[in-house]
Design a protein around this ligand. Structure first.
Ligand SMILES: Nc1nc2c(ncn2[C@@H]2O[C@H](COP(=O)(O)OP(=O)(O)O)[C@@H](O)[C@H]2O)c(=O)[nH]1
Ligand SMILES: [Mg+2]
Length: 385
């Protein structure tokens, strides 16, 4: 397809809603001439025949009905890329998009617009993921990827493979595999399950942690028989706490379903916090758990058993808040033992994380050609879903 056959796209880059401003993106060979036709400068006079990168103007778009807008030229090559900043209400945005569509522009999603305007597919994917980041910490890591950290790391691995520098390639793959777990959790929370006998204080602990951190992202309603989840930011990492139905050594018929669900949740979690009650003899998990942190709650009450016999347990009181800071630190140390330093390359989508693991596997099996193929494919745009 040559440049003149390429469509010209329009997308609303801001979320629809009752906001003060909206940004429309225009990209393609006809973007500038279409804007020149529809836009009236406030100071009068025509827009120049060709767009000039970095320039912006105040004016109006429309006929009988018009909106006051600011138009800006983001880039001119390989095709004009413009922005129109208008009022943010849904109807204004709809009205402006319709005017441009009447001129033959094609509407696309903001994600597709980022993919079309970004020369580097990984940078576009990082920009899309960035829109879902909920903490400065996760946003910072995604910004590094948007600015090319992962692309450069993949390029370096490719070069090492081509030159037969296997030690360097191995080191590069090892680094990326190492950060895959962090990468998966930049936009998806780590899952932490709070489990233990009825009445040990599971719900109280979840509430205390949510209150302590003062940053609930979302809480879904449910009953004590169900799994109730609460999202928190712990030290800048996104964590979903799941409060489960009580565990009994002999399950009552009524509770069985809730307990089965609790075990399924615990088995799928990144970490299980197993609560013990200082004031009642301990109930231990009846099934093995992959990652578990014991927590002795109600440490404000006189102990009914030798709590020092579980030295790895953290002592807390959901009632008084004692020990909660230590508990948060232990949870983070378990989930993110080695956070990536600023600027580090981190695979940040499931496709990238799975691809890195696959490349590492091919490399370990001695299949350099397959490793090269996978690493090269990771730098390309993902197949449309
Ligand atoms: N003294 C004391 N009581 C607590 C503490 N945590 C919870 N409780 C009490 O223990 C009871 C059961 O708590 P709850 O959170 O409903 O337990 P769950 O069944 O495990 O969810 C409630 O009466 C709480 O007020 C604590 O740290 N100290
Ligand atoms: Mg409860």
């Amino acid at each position: 397809m040559n440049a003149s056959e390429m469509p010209t796209w329009i997308a609303c880059l801001t979320p629809p809603g009752q906001s003060a401003l909206a940004t429309l993106g225009l990209y393609g060979p006809r973007a500038w001439q279409t804007l020149r036709k529809l836009f009236r400068r406030r100071s009068g006079g025509e827009l120049s025949e060709q767009p000039v990168s970095g320039r912006f103007w105040l004016g109006r778009i429309g006929g009988d009905v018009t909106d006051e807008v600011v138009v800006a030229v983001k880039q001119t090559e390989p095709a004009p890329w413009l922005e129109v900043h208008s009022h943010g209400g849904r109807e204004v945005v709809r009205f402006l998009i319709e005017l441009f569509r009447e001129q033959g522009l094609q509407l696309c999603s903001w994600e597709d617009f980022l993919r079309r305007t970004n020369a580097d597919p990984l940078s576009a994917e990082a920009a899309i993921a960035l829109a879902q980041a909920t903490t400065p910490r996760t946003a910072g890591i995604l910004l590094d990827q948007q600015q090319g950290a992962l692309r450069r790391a993949l390029e370096a691995i490719q070069q090492s493979l081509e030159r037969g520098e296997t030690a360097a390639a191995e080191e590069g793959l090892k680094q990326l595999t190492h950060y895959a777990s962090v990468g998966r959790h930049l936009t998806q929370p780590y899952r932490v399950v709070v489990a233990g006998a009825p009445n040990v204080g599971k719900s109280s602990l979840v509430n205390a942690l949510a209150g302590y951190q003062r940053c609930i992202v979302a809480a879904t309603p449910g009953t004590t028989r169900d799994v109730v989840t609460t999202r928190l930011a712990l030290d800048g990492w996104l964590v979903e706490l799941a409060d489960t139905a009580g565990q009994r050594s002999e399950a009552e018929a009524l509770e069985e379903q809730g307990i089965r669900r609790a075990w399924a949740t615990a088995a799928a979690a990144d970490l299980c916090l197993w609560l013990l009650d200082a004031s009642t003899p301990p109930l231990w998990p009846s099934q093995p758990l992959a990652a578990v942190q014991y927590v002795v709650n109600k440490s404000d009450l006189p102990p009914a058993w030798d709590v020092a016999s579980v030295p790895e347990a953290i002592r807390v009181s959901a009632l008084t808040g004692a020990g909660l800071a230590e508990l948060c630190a232990a949870v983070i140390a378990c989930l993110v033992p080695d956070p990536p330093p600023p600027g580090a390359a981190v695979p940040f989508t499931s496709r990238l994380c799975e691809g890195i693991v696959e490349a590492q596997r091919a490399f370990t099996a001695g299949d350099i050609v397959e490793t090269q193929r996978i690493v090269a494919s990771l730098r390309l745009a993902p197949a449309p879903s």
